[in-house]
Design a protein around this ligand. Sequence first.
Ligand code: PLP
Length: 366
Amino acid sequence: MSTLAQEYNAINLSQGFPDFPASEELISLVHHYMKKGMNQYAPMQGVLSLREVLAEKAYDLYGTYYHPESEITITSGGTQAIYTAITAFVREGDEVIVFEPAYDCYVPAIQLAGGTPVYVSLKAPDFVPDWEAVKKVITHRTRIILINSPHNPGGSALTRDDMKELEKIVSGTGILIVSDEVYEHILFDGLEHNSVMKFPLLAERSLAVFSFGKTYHTTGWKLGYCFGPANLMAEFRRIHQFVVFCANTPIQYALSEYIRNKNYMGLPEFYQKKRDYFLKLIGSTKFRYLPAQGSYFQLLDYRGYSDEKDTDFAIRLTKETGVASIPTSVFYHEAQDNKLLRFCFAKEDQTLERAAERLCRIPVPA
Ligand SMILES: Cc1ncc(COP(=O)(O)O)c(C=O)c1O
């Protein structure tokens, strides 16, 4: 969709990246550490000062202490952490439970490792898990349950009750959790993030994945990290070492200094304002929506305009209206069409205004 957006000069609300700049202070710190000569390989598990500050952060926010030496690894983005976690634990014939719609990097990683994805649907429009359905698909081959909260593309967030249900399902089994929490700081309306790290019975069997790109408006830097108990992290690192060996050095030093002041705390308000502004701007359109609970994506139901396939409508919207989005059927292995498009609102207000102006001009069928 980004390529099509470029070709048709459309406003690109499809791919999930901010169009506003990263902090000047953070960029100066990266520059500082480059000038200081921090330009060679970092330690395989990541720069220690960064792992230390992340251990403090996780303890402050989620109440569980992870040892920087043995329980935290810095990765080349959330995607590499997810790939590594899956590759470390999935073997031929293992099953991995994946909630659909699903972010696109999960299933290829499972299949490359010889595993089988087992799909459980999150029902539109609120995209909450049906734990009874999860229980029904568990077998002796279930190796991992993969969760993602706040959810892309659904915009939903797991509740404390969800986590308690998950705890009941996995306790007494050998099932591991891979928890994609890259939007941990993007939650709205006072909702709290329910990290697996808050729930000891989950934490002891979970690898939790995060991304600096989402929190610091730096998706192009591809830096993330993974928390997990020492026994799981040792296996994780056996793969990490031979996938990338280590992640970008000067950015790790810069972040270890920058995040000491806890400046990630402003994100919920910042993005909630964007979400609310975007929804206000498109208030007069025929799109229907549930406001996103988290992430920087908003789903819009376009049935007020058309019954055509979501891929067709998304392409037409890009070409004729000049706004690019993602049809949500691409997040399903069988292209389930819920007539929903995903729009990224991590954009400058002017970008949202220009997009909304165009969306407000879509002709309504007679
Ligand atoms: C749910 C989810 N997980 C993981 C990622 C990947 O994170 P990164 O860019 O750090 O690899 C993304 C990026 O869009 C995402 O939306």
